[in-house]
Design a binder for this molecule. Structure first.
Ligand code: MF3
Ligand code: CO
Length: 247
């Protein structure tokens, strides 16, 4: 974790605003009948047309500009012409935008048409777990206070927290220290410093917490086949509080 300079924060804010815009655009595209490949190509064009670049593309060999994870896929779903959204699905779109050397990272889970009340509640609780977490995020507090609050809220609502993936510091690189778990003890992790930029990203399962890696080496799915949701923002922690840069 490090403190960003004011000049860096100007660029970081811009990268994060473009990340938000790309996700808002993604939301307008999500409909029954569209493939995740088409989603990826349209969002990629949107990012490039806005003067930025899709930071996921080519990251450790990742082959697309977005991660598109449907239903039981937790994260890192590779877009495909064979994955066509249908009424009742939920889709998590996760993307990173690079602007002048700085990166914004955010994710949302969207409903496809009309979805079941159970899936709608999963999306809502996952989103709220982020907001419960950041109530405990402040300069001088341990990362574990946020991690613990996310876990407590998700489990209180009858869901489970994925252990294998976590949030992270972010800035010039997509993944910087520290690792920000979505579960744990209040005494875990480092103390938060002023002007740190962090990606906070609860991944919450409707059923059990265990996951599998799929054959493509990227996709992560729930072992029990039940749905999972993701909600992520890049935030800035200042001495005056938390600012959500991708909202
Ligand atoms: N945006 C993801 C994260 O939150 C990373 C995507 S993996 C990539 O860390 F390979 F697609 F970039
Ligand atoms: Co992230």
């Amino acid at each position: 974790m490090r403190s960003m300079t004011p000049a860096e924060l100007v660029l970081m804010r811009k990268a994060c605003a473009l990340t938000r815009d790309a996700l808002n655009y993604a939301e307008t595209l999500v409909k029954p009948g569209i493939s995740t490949y088409e989603l990826d190509k349209s969002i990629e064009k949107f990012i490039i047309d806005s003067g930025a670049s899709p930071a996921c593309l080519g990251y450790e060999g990742y082959p697309a500009s977005i991660c598109a994870s449907v239903n039981e896929m937790v994260v890192h779903g590779i877009p495909s012409k064979d994955v066509i959204l249908k009424e009742g699905d939920i889709i998590s779109v996760d993307l990173c935008v690079a602007y002048k050397g700085y990166i914004g990272d955010a994710a949302r889970t969207f409903p496809v048409g009309k979805i079941s009340p159970e899936k709608a509640r999963l999306i809502e609780v996952t989103k709220q777990s982020f907001f419960e977490g950041i109530k405990h995020l402040a300069v001088g507090h341990r990362i574990g206070e946020l991690s613990h609050a996310i876990q407590e809220y998700a489990e209180k609502n009858g869901y489970s927290v994925v252990r294998e993936l976590a949030g992270h510091g972010i800035g010039k690189k997509m993944h910087e220290p520290p690792t920000i778990c979505n579960y744990g003890k209040v005494t875990d992790g480092p103390m938060v410093i002023e002007d740190a930029t962090l990606a906070i990203e609860p991944m919450i399962n409707m059923g059990r917490k265990e996951v599998w890696l799929v054959e493509d080496g990227w996709g992560v799915i729930t072992r029990d086949g039940k749905p999972s949701a993701h909600y992520e923002n890049t935030v800035l922690v200042t001495k005056n509080g938390v600012e959500i840069l991708t909202l």
